[in-house]
Design a protein around this ligand. Sequence first.
Ligand code: ZN
Length: 462
Amino acid sequence: MASITFLGATGTVTGSKYCLHHADSRILIDCGLFQGLKELRLRNWADMGSLARELDAIVLTHAHIDHTGYLPRLVRQGFNKPVFCTEATRDLLEIMLLDSAHLQEEDAKYANKKGFSKHRPALPLYTIEDAQKAISLLRGLPYGQEFEAAAGIRAHFLDAGHILGSAFVSAEWQEGSETRSILFSGDLGRPDRPILKNPAKVKDADYLLIESTYGDRLHPEGDPKTEIKRIILETVQRRGVIVIPAFAVGRTQELLYRLRELEDEKAIPVMPVYVDSPMAIKATTVYEKHPQVYDREATRLSEKGIEVMQTTQTIFTPGVEESKRINEQDQPCIIISASGMLTGGRILHHLARRLPQKKNSIVFVGYQAEGTRGRALQEGKREIKIHGMQVRSAAHIETISDFSAHADYREILNWLGNFEKAPRRTFIVHGEPQASENLEKNIKEGLGWETYIPQYKEEIQL
Ligand SMILES: [Zn+2]
């Protein structure tokens, strides 16, 4: 007998954690941090009890913190078994877990300074030391290589096309003389994206967990490359600067790839492209280290010696001084910096400098959550607060909405269409309730499959 317990990503897109239990073996698929609403974030502080010591292993689908960021916290609770992931995920996590721990320590320091924590002194969720221990447990494996995750549970990774190293996890066990299998979608990517391969086609699984982030949405038609080209040409004509707030892992690399393509096609003039985020710079290095997972086009180019994520004048500015010097740049140029929603980071300095000038463009390429500066600008606010100062918004505000790394519901259904027969049961996870319900309706109507939307902490026999 096997069972699965849903310990996160139920009714929300964060906190992914699923415990697969078979005979005496227990593995956790994903180990994500809850993010967003306070009610969810509080769950990060509740310990997992004996599970931290009972787990035989963890298997990760990809590096995003909402799938991995709880790992150091679990290590703090005594977990010290192997953590399996793809090789690229391992390399990305080396930088992302340390960054996450750094942020946790900063938050605790800030709470102590302001005195708003119930706990005195306020403690971080985990420390850099915890993150280092977690990193030492990572075991990087290539796609397709079978491994024994725990006694009686074999697993392997398949390409999910979401970010570098992202994977579906397929796990199998014996039930008497029969083999049973389960597939965890992690985050399902989209076909025809730059750098990454298309999501692998899966033909069968006895049980399936499918994500539903965009279960009730369709991405707009149109080509993001055409949009970015138009914005660049218009801004250059005004002799302005293009500022792009972008997530450091995934989005920045995709942007660099597209800008390089546009330059190669002579569709835009050659100009300096600044990558001004230490995290984005490190993540780009990891992307460059793994050409074995690129798609055909990126492979073809990199075999010719072309650096696919570098334009003619890409300038990486890890240091603070070189970052500040970008302020002096008065010729048309492109500045890519984080955070993607303008909630913090170096992008705020660029915004304070460039936002008041009409000739410049601020270009959003990712989702802007409610309450962020990014959303305020998108909604046409004429003034926003940066570092305690009111800054006037006069620049052109642009949004390119088709850069998403998640499949929309039509793309999810297309991918499910690769299955040759219906899974015994399909669990819909990783979505706001409305999104999960809409995807469920579409799967039932379109494919006639048996589906289920699990609740938080629900255990189900397989
Ligand atoms: Zn993700």
